[in-house]
Structure formats: structure tokens, C-alpha cells
Design a binder for this molecule. Sequence first.
Ligand code: ADP
Ligand code: MG
Length: 571
Amino acid sequence: MKGKEELERILARIDGKGYKSYKDIQGSYLFDTYTLHIDHVQGDPFAAPSRLRVRVDQRYARIPADFYNTPVRRVACADFLTRGFARAIEQVVGGRRGTGKSGLISIDHCGQEILERTAMVVTGEYVEARFVLGFPARGRTVLGKQARVMLFEELPAVVEASLFYKNIDGKSLRKHVEAKEDQDYLRSKLTEHNLVAFIANGSVLPRQSGISDRPLRGEGVVSFVSPPELAVEITLPNAGPVKGMGIPRGVTLIVGGGYHGKSTLLKALERGVYDHIPGDGREMVVTLDTAVKIRAEDGRRVEKVDISPFINNLPNNQDTVNFSTPNASGSTSQAANIMEALEVGAKVLLMDEDTSATNFMIRDVRMQRLVAKEKEPITPFIDKVRQLWLELGVSTVLVLGGSGDYFDVADTIIMMDSYRPRQVTEIAKGIALEFTTARHAEGGSRFGRIKERIPLPSGLEPIRGGKIKLQARGLHSIQYGSWDIDLSGVEQLVDSSQTRAIGEIIHYAARNYLNGRTTLRQALEQVERDIEKEGLDVISPFYGQHPGDFARSRPLEVAAAINRLRGLSVR
Ligand code: ADP
Ligand code: MG
């Protein structure tokens, strides 16, 4: 390995030369307390910035093993270090830079969730930060002296401040690790307590705004308190006993007047499949990680999904056992979203009337009289929700302020009243007895079949014009070959690094497992096993010296992306 002096010499030599001569510094260099890997150097100042890694031996980093000696702790510790690295960049580099990517140092951004990421690796031997750096230029000329400042003054300061335990706030690190460990534990105890979700007393659910995921603050904020009937206490490994509301398995309704906090509660449950950072307000709100938000998504493509439990007798004899369409309606898209989620193992469905198709949710007695069953292709969800639970063990949590017909099919009814939950099951059941409806169930005797589909390899190649074209754009879009995957209906995606990873995972699954004989579910299970064994690095085409901007998502979200790929074809 070359010494850092070599790097200094090259920088002096290429100073003032054409930008391409930066390529000469690609390689690994030994610094006093770490190794710098310059894995990929950008071709010009306006291209994506260069990819670098810093690996600090634990002899110097000295992070106590206690913080990373289980998989859960390791993820939390890496998350903490990533945030610290980003803060140190902010402090050291600050805003004093020219335009473009020139002079930039940046590591993957972390939001309110604690996610497994490729940006930071912590092992017993070393800590490794993966980040990007824009090598500085004037026009297209190498600014060697500025590059020297970045690599020999700024970067060492960032590393020193954020990756050496002696400079880290150990108390905060401990809190971070313990918070994640507690959430994971809490989630693992849900089934034992017969719950699908838990919301601790004192949680703060509302967010600052539609575009900010930070907690709402101020006098008007009502923190969460469980109704006594649903109160559960669970003892956590770090925080000790914690009390809160348990949402039981089965069918749960969240009712209440408009603007009383129903959707906010459901949103928190959707996000409860992730662990949150201390101070988020939802760091004790957990949901089973098989919970999937289901919504209507008209316009989406559907490829040979069996939606017959919900939709039959479409006009023109359209097949609903192998239902395909380039342009689904509200109700057919919602049915497809449910069936696709069940296909890959969803055990809890989360639905909100705000984003559901009304005709998919209800069909009241008057409509039953006017429009005969034979003339209505849709079997409404109300007639299937109990079968889902009793036959398949799939629970539903449903926000619904508009139809009391659901009182008949619910096990638990929670009413939001000025942001405070009340348990109103008995009251609502009493009302249902008093005001019976002559509505008859239309769901048949069984839920129906859940089909596992086998994707064909053709259409899974991200090729456009003979070249691999695979790029995520923000949170909701992936260009995959000649197709754009629209993920705006996949509401449990929270981080654009997940979106990037999903694009690569599809390609990885296509290369390794989706051979035309493997079901989608089997292939995703294989990918999960690989990631468990080798880490999230495994999906990267730059394995070993990869970009460092992937975050883990659930197989459920990967499946959702594959299902929205317009090139997908299924056997
Ligand atoms: P609903 O779905 O019942 O119509 P929302 O959940 O959309 O109501 O909430 C309405 C408004 O109230 C939102 O602006 C939300 O941020 C705010 N809100 C929700 N929960 C709380 C709370 N616990 N404290 C203060 N404001 C809240
Ligand atoms: Mg609402």
C-alpha cells in the first residue's frame, strides 16, 4: 500500500492539469490512523462525485464492542456514527464552497428512522465510512492544492471528530443503541401479547408538516395516552416497563370525527415497522414488520394477479384470476395491492378511508337492492375482512369515519376524540344491534386463493439502448432500463437510499434467482438470506468498493417495486 506522501506528490504533480488527471490518485493510501481508499474518481467536475472510503482500525477508533456485538446494536451504532460523520462534515467543511459538486464532502443522509445502511461498517477490527467527495476544479482544471486541503486537513478532522470514540458522546451513542434494541424487542414481543402494534403512552404522533417528518411541537400537541381497556405493559431490556395501547390481532377500526387524529395514528402505525431515533416521538411505536399499507392506486399496471376474491364478472369477460391491466381503476388497484402483499407474506393490512376506493370498501343495503350482485363485479372489503382474519390470520387496521356497517365485522373499535383514543367496541356493537342493517354478506364461504407468481426473466433486464440503465430518482421513482417504476403509492418507503437499493435488488434478484422457475416470494427470500449473510453490500455492482448510499428496505417494498415494473411478465 502507498503512503499518504505518495498521494501528496501526485496532487502536486497534477495541479493545474486537465480534470482527467485526477484519475491518477485512484487507489489506497496509508494515513497515520486510517487507510484512505479512493475507489472511484469522477470523470469531470459536473459528474457524480467521487467515491471514497476511510477505514479506521479499532486500535485507533476504540468503539466499545458493547455497542456493536449484536446485529441490532451494530445497525444502531453505524447509524449513530453516520450522523456524527455528517455533522462533522458540516462543522469542518461548512458552507464555504464554490458551485457544483466541487469541494463537496458528503455521506448518506439519515432521517427519523434507524436503517441498516452501506454508508458505515462497524466490525471488531475496524470502522469504515463510505462517502463521496467532489474533487475541486477551476473550470476543468485540477485544483491540487485545494484537493490537498480536503484530503489532508478536512477529512482527517472529520474522521478524528466522528469515528474516534474518545471524541464521541458515549452517552448519546448508548441511548441510540438502547433505543433501537428496545424497539426491536418490543416488536418481537407483539405476537406473544396477541398484538399487531403498540403505542407507548407519551408518544408524539403528529409531524411538523406534510413535508417534514419531525415531531410537531408546541402547546397544542396532545401526547398519546392509552384507553384503560387496551392498556398493555411490556418490560424492555433497557428502558424497563413501558405502558401503552396494544392493538390486538383481528379486525380493528379507528373511527372518530374528521380532523381528530385518525390518519395521524395510522401513519404512525405504518412507520412503526421501522425503529426511530430517540426524540422522534414514535420511538416506542412499533408495528409487526409484516404490516403493509394498502391504498387505491388507479393508473398502476397489474400483471396477472388473482384478484378474484374481490373482483369478478368484469365487463367484456375480463379475466380476474390472471388479471392484467396497464391502467387499473381505484378498486382493482386496491384489490391487486392486497393480493400482491398477501402473496409475499403480509400479515397486517393498514388502510385509510382517505386513500381507499369507496366502492371497494362498502356497498350498503340500498345499493345492494338497486344494483344486483350479478351487476357488481366488486365484493367489498367489508365482506372479506373477517375471512382474511379467520382463514388466513391476516389482521386489518382500518381508519373509517364514514360507515358504521363495519361495526358488525370489527373485533376492536377505537375512537379518536380530540387526538385521544377511546375504546368504544361495546358501545358501537350496541348501536349495531339497535340499528341492524338488512345488508347481506356477499363474500361467499371462503376468502379465495392466494397465488404465488413466477416472474419471467425477460423484462427484468435493466437495459436501454444496449446499456444498463438503472437509476433511482428521489424516493418514488426508479428508472429501470426503458421503464420508470412509479413508487408514489408505496407509502412505507421512507428513504431515497432504500429506493436506490431496491433498484439494485431487482437487478440482483434478476441475475441470481428470477430464472423463470422461482416464485417472486422465493426469490425475495433468497435475496434476504444473502443480505443477512453478507450484508447489504452484496447487492452492489461495486461489491467491496461500492457507493455507500444504500439503505435496507423490506422484501415487501421490493415486491411492490417489481409489481409496478411495466416490463414485468409473469408465467
Ligand atoms: P383525521 O384523519 O381524523 O381527519 P388527522 O390525523 O389528519 O385527522 O389530523 C388532523 C390534524 O391534526 C393534522 O394536522 C395533524 O397534524 C393534527 N394532529 C393529529 N394528532 C395530533 C395530536 N396528537 N396533537 C396535535 N395535533 C394533532
Ligand atoms: Mg384522515
